[in-house]
Design a protein around this ligand. Structure first.
Ligand code: 5GP
Length: 185
């Protein structure tokens, strides 16, 4: 499995989407989450959108490989069933998740996992990117920036760090890292 983590707005989703086009042997792990669906998102494709109650029920039933309350009352988690389903197809899994979730999965899956941190050029840059998303409110931007400052301190714990100061270079580097990992097996 290949795990991409980064502060919100660092560009990890763009990188993950690119890798999915380049490597047909990869499949995206669709997480469950309790936040409302945004315009343009599809249930079962971007996330499994479930209620907070349903999420808590699944925690109780031990259905998650990992989960985090990424923002207050907004839970995100990887269902064990999702991992099993993708591996059964003989595919490698690619994850897009927050930093704590990424480190957690990396610890659980050891050598079978590669954890990659996408580093934004600066906090100011992150703020600009979040401002340009039409879906964020001033409060959600402030919340995401506050979390990002903490997350940057964890970068060194990842197997690889990709600096995303130039998207084209970041995509090339990501391709190379993933290629090497898949072909090491
Ligand atoms: P967003 O609301 O912008 O889609 O996602 C917020 C954050 O939650 C992002 O950093 C995203 O990567 C993270 N996230 C998405 N799925 C998961 C998951 O399954 N587990 C964890 N721990 N974080 C996730």
């Amino acid at each position: 499995m290949i795990i991409f983590s980064a502060p919100s707005g660092a560009g990890k989703t763009t990188i993950v989407q690119h890798l999915l086009k380049v490597f047909p042997e990869l499949e995206f792990s669709v997480s469950a989450c309790s936040r409302p669906m945004r315009k343009g998102e599809t249930n079962g494709v971007d996330y499994y959108f479930i209620s907070l109650e349903e999420f808590k029920e699944k925690i109780k039933n031990n259905e998650f490989a990992e989960y985090e309350e990424v923002y207050k009352d907004n839970y995100y988690g990887t269902l064990k069933s999702e991992i099993e389903h993708i591996w059964k197809k003989g595919k490698h899994i690619i994850f897009d998740m927050d930093v704590m979730g990424g480190l957690n999965l990396r610890l659980q899956f050891g050598e079978n996992a590669l954890a990659i941190f996408v580093m934004p050029p600066s906090i100011e840059h992150l703020e600009q990117r979040l401002n340009s998303r039409e879906t964020e409110t001033p409060e959600s931007i402030a919340r995401r920036i506050g979390k990002a400052e903490q997350e940057l301190k964890k970068a060194e714990l990842f197997d690889k760090i990709i600096l995303n100061d130039n998207l084209e270079h970041a995509l090339d580097e990501a391709e190379k890292i993933v290629f090497d990992f898949l072909n090491k097996k």
